[in-house]
Design a protein around this ligand. Sequence first.
Ligand code: DAH
Length: 343
Amino acid sequence: MKERLEALRVEALQELQQVDNPQQLNDLRVKYLGKKGALTEILRGMGGLSAEERPVIGQVGNEVRAAIEGVIDEKQNAFLAAETENRLRAETIDVTLPGKALPTGAVHPLNKVAQEIEDVFVGLGYSIAEGPEVETDYFNFEALNLPKNHPARDMQDSFYITEDILMRTHTSPVQVRTMQQMNGKPIKVICPGKVYRRDDDDATHSFMFNQIEGLVVGPNIRMSDLKGTLLQFVQQMFGEQAQIRLRPSFFPFTEPSAEVDVTCVQCGGHGCRMCKQTGWLEILGCGMVHPRVLEMGGYDPKEVSGFAFGMGVERIALLKYGIDDIRHFYTNDQRFLSQFARM
Ligand code: DAH
């Protein structure tokens, strides 16, 4: 029996040396030390031993069990250590690696251009005024010297809500609202906002678009102040080389009125397709505030004078970025919008 125990020890230790995974190790534990294992099997024969032999064999049996257990524990610890090391290696974070860039939103090109325009005028000492998009006929037309049935109302096809309430067709009503609020004091404001017209949408028209209005009122405000202001604006917006020209025009709320062109942003004034070979691009309307409009705003045209201008933000943005269709601004195509995120 002693020989069988010794042989078992040798066999078990040899087999244990070959083990290379925890599953195998466990199988061997069962095979040698389990309830139905080889060691138990041999020791079951102890019943037939003499009283002197029994403790001796018992002793050897314990030694063999201890030896096998010892190797199993050792192996087990080695597997555990290896597994821990692997896990730690897998979990290790290299803090020197560059991070993954997350997709981020960006300012819409129209808001960007509007902000740029506002910045120029704020830099010139203007304040920003706002007014409602749902406006009364009085502020949108009448107080701007466009009486009911005046043919100039045809210049702007309007969305009416009731006979006297409409979606404002321009930001000019904010001129009147500002004059009423300022109560005779000098004014220097710009008024940005959305406006609405009953136009069919196409590459250059939209039922809704953005305007920025300007209004300056005070003693001795002259046409030359208007011209200098607009030149300053255009050069900050389009570059030092940009020039302007004023063409006589008509708006009921200004007298005289003018349309302002800027030197073509594409060809610099030489003539190209964009400017239809004229070298100029139209960018805004302006004029000296009509005495009747001053009066209706509560100002005395004998004491003060003023100039006003109004421009479309979309139009400035189209020119500035060489965009060919106004609808790009409203259709939220990521491929279009993301180009402005980096500018
Ligand atoms: N309100 C005009 C429009 O929407 C633009 C405009 C022209 C505004 C001349 C002005 C101005 O203040 O003086 O077509």
